[in-house]
Design a protein around this ligand. Structure first.
Ligand code: PLP
Length: 373
């Protein structure tokens, strides 16, 4: 059936279009002034010293892992309830992901399970602020300090989020943001490394550009690097989007509140939990069905009504390639596995109208009542 609403949608204005067109017309399409301007804007928005623009969120995570010197045999604590890119960034460098279970309310890393899984080979913690809800930073940073671990923040879903009044991106050794079109702001494809560590920043800057040094000759390569550069067109779009980030976030928040008010009290459907001391940056709107409801059938009924949904997230430790390489299986992470079988991401973006939200809610209520045993 034809889709009645979009699963996600970038918010593009005529100004965004003009900003990109101007770059295309200028003929300077890479390694130009827009990249630097975008980096400075992001650094000052987040409140960190350095920002390094790259070609994707995955590239940002990979370069942080590499810059921290994490390599073969190093264990890194990481959630399984995340997008695969979080874990892949570790696998690219031969590190060993050690999967940690999540809290049953926010679905972020469970600090107790985190501490339990530390071994003498643990080098770092890869934190995810899942769905735009900040992780438990006080507890995580305390554990990291006590055990001497490095901390990476996969903040790819959390631009603009705050933990106890501090912006996400300031925590840990470095953080990664992503700008794929379904994120809160977009550059088409793109990512950003943010850090207060000058060593990490300069190494990432070199690695994204084939291992060149900013001071060296163009054809002199200090390291084995990559082409992870962002284009000037993407940076121009990023600048234009970041200038109205607060509007973008507020629009999404409004849609999330609409969903929550219409879904309040609906039997079998649990709303997203937002802790009192955080500012959530709404990446997706995810509801959790009660035990016993058949999630996949609910999604099927919704699809038949033209409502697209996603089962965010299938646990990474149960993905075929991870099972094969790491030997992981069901039973490893009870909370993750229970939650992952019951979550549904509903259609969500900042330009959804109230009648679209109502249509999704009505369809969901009917689907749930049809699938109640
Ligand atoms: C979007 C996302 C990424 C990075 O995605 P790219 O498509 O590479 O930009 C990484 N981690 C998480 C949790 C994400 O949601």
């Amino acid at each position: 059936m034809h889709e009645q609403v979009a699963m996600s949608s970038p918010d593009i204005t005529e100004e965004d279009v003009q900003a990109v067109a101007e770059v295309v017309r200028s003929g300077r399409l890479s390694l130009g002034p827009r990249i630097e301007e975008f980096e400075e804007l992001v650094a000052s928005y987040i409140g960190v010293k350095y920002a390094v623009a790259v070609s994707s969120g995955t590239a940002a995570l990979h370069l942080i892992v590499k810059a921290l010197g994490i390599g073969p045999g190093d264990e890194v604590l990481v959630p399984s309830f995340t997008f695969v890119a979080t874990v892949n960034a570790l696998l690219y460098e031969g590190a060993i992901p050690v999967f940690v279970d999540i809290r049953p309310d926010t679905y972020n890393l469970d600090p107790e399970d985190l501490e339990r899984k530390i071994t003498p080979r643990t080098r770092a913690i890869m934190v995810v602020d899942v769905f735009g809800h900040p992780a438990d930073w006080d507890e995580i940073l305390d554990i990291a300090e006590r055990y001497g671990l490095r901390v990476i923040d996969d903040a790819c879903e959390a631009i603009g989020a705050e933990y106890k009044g501090k912006k996400i991106g300031q925590f840990g050794n470095a953080a990664a943001f992503a700008f794929y079109p379904n994120k809160q702001m977009t550059t088409g494809e793109g990512g950003m490394i943010v850090t207060n560590d000058p060593g990490i920043a300069s190494l990432c800057r070199s690695l994204r550009n084939q291992g060149r040094r900013s001071t060296g000759e163009w054809l002199e390569h200090e390291y084995l690097g990559y082409n992870y550069r962002m284009t000037e067109m993407s940076a121009a779009l990023g600048i234009s989007q970041l200038r109205r980030i607060e509007v973008l976030l507020a629009n999404r928040e409004k849609v999330a509140q609409m969903y929550s008010s219409y879904l309040q009290g609906v039997e079998g459907v649990r709303l997203p939990v937002v802790l009192p001391y955080v500012r959530m940056s709404w990446f997706v709107y995810v509801v959790t069905l009660s035990q016993g409801l058949h999630r996949d059938r609910v999604m099927q009924v919704l699809a038949e009504k033209g409502i697209p949904t996603r089962g965010y997230f299938p646990p990474v430790h149960l993905q075929p390639y991870i099972r094969k390489s790491l030997g992981t299986r069901e039973g490893l992470l009870p909370v993750t596995e229970s939650v992952a079988g019951r979550t549904i991401a509903l259609p969500f973006h900042g330009r959804m109208s109230e009648s679209e939200v109502q249509m999704v809610v009505e369809a969901l209520m009917e689907a749930v009542s049809r699938c109640t045993p």
